[in-house]
Design a protein around this ligand. Structure first.
Ligand SMILES: O=C(O)CCC(=O)C(=O)O
Ligand SMILES: [Fe+2]
Length: 325
């Protein structure tokens, strides 16, 4: 899905846009176009995320969960992070509906302030040359109808004045109050920190807007300046926010609830059962050949999941070919 030059763009500029393969996105689109339409959505839900966390992975809606665990996405995350060992930390499908009024309250999500996402995803601070996380937005609608393309600011090399760490020139960082709305934020900075206000004005001047069709994906980083923009009034935009971290990343939180929490009813279990080793690995189920495995662990896990289709053979095979210590 990603060429070497696209990977390079993500590493240098912080974002890259491409189209998901039809077999990955089409089943989800078909489901959404029947089951997640304007008349089925609570118009009072105006914030980020699914109401009641309903469409956070695992949703137990197979076309939605299958997209989240699709191998082309995992392979893309592996390539961008430069490691085989990646973990899913976020998968949330959510609606945004365009509103007619131009004035928004300070925490409104309609016309977002420029921000980076690391702030509520890690207790540490990102380092540009060693990215720990790849984030993505999958779009299920057409921006020609809905508007609301995400805006982002590509980084221009190490000397780019707006990408000089520490990245604290935003709401909610280093003692700055947190507001979501662009107007509320920028008027606060204008009043309280004119230098930061000036710097932030450059962000808006330099912003590029994602043009999307159903199945477009924006791969970005948690240290990319970006923001959500207003939609056409009355229109619905459905997106999936996804993120993966390097397995060895420090400080990075899990956005979704723990994936095992909804076990016992066969749904989580059948995700484990029907997935490939690569797909399981993003849920922290070790790959075949991982040092974690020994015969006892394998037998126990097999006892737990074989009723749901789990086949231990490939794990067993790798165990046999591994030199014993
Ligand atoms: O809605 C969008 O296009 C972006 C949303 C976003 O960046 C956020 O909520 O952190
Ligand atoms: Fe964001």
């Amino acid at each position: 899905m990603l060429s070497n030059s696209q990977i390079q763009t993500w590493k240098e500029e912080g974002a890259v846009i491409c189209q998901l393969p039809a077999p990955v996105v089409d089943p989800a689109l078909t489901w959404l176009n029947v089951n997640f339409t304007l008349d089925q959505i609570d118009r009072n839900h105006m914030d980020f995320g699914t109401p009641d966390r309903k469409f956070e992975f695992p949703t137990f809606i197979n076309p939605i969960d299958d997209l989240v665990l699709s191998e082309p996405l995992i392979l893309a995350a592996q390539k961008l992070l430069g490691t085989q060992d990646v973990r899913l930390i976020q998968a949330d499908l959510w609606p945004k509906i365009g509103v007619a009024d131009e004035l928004h309250e300070a925490q409104a999500n309609t016309d977002q302030r420029m921000h980076m996402d690391y702030g509520n995803n890690t207790v540490l601070h990102p380092q540009w040359d060693t990215p720990d996380v790849v984030a993505a937005v999958v779009y299920y609608d057409d921006c020609d109808e809905t508007g609301g393309g995400t805006a982002y600011v590509p980084r221009h090399g190490v000397d780019d004045p707006i990408y000089q760490p520490p990245y604290v020139n935003m709401p909610g960082q280093a003692g700055n109050p947190f507001f979501n709305d662009r107007a509320a934020v920028e008027s606060w900075f204008k009043e309280n920190d004119p230098n930061v206000y000036e710097l932030r004005q450059q962000l808006y001047e330099r912003e590029k807007v994602v043009q999307f069709k159903p199945g477009t994906i924006l791969f970005y980083r948690h240290d990319l300046w970006h923001r959500g923009r207003p939609l056409v009034a009355g229109k619905l935009r459905r997106v999936h926010n996804l993120a993966w971290k390097r397995a060895d990343a420090r400080g990075v939180s899990h956005w979704n609830e723990g994936f095992a929490r909804k076990s016992y009813y066969g749904n989580v279990e059948s995700i484990i059962g029907r997935s490939t080793p690569l797909q399981r690995s993003v849920l922290d189920f070790p790959l075949p050949g991982d040092d974690y495995w020994n015969i006892e662990r394998l037998k126990n896990v097999e006892a737990r999941f074989s009723a749901y289709g789990f086949d231990a053979a490939v794990y067993l095979q790798e165990l046999k070919t591994k030199p014993s210590v």
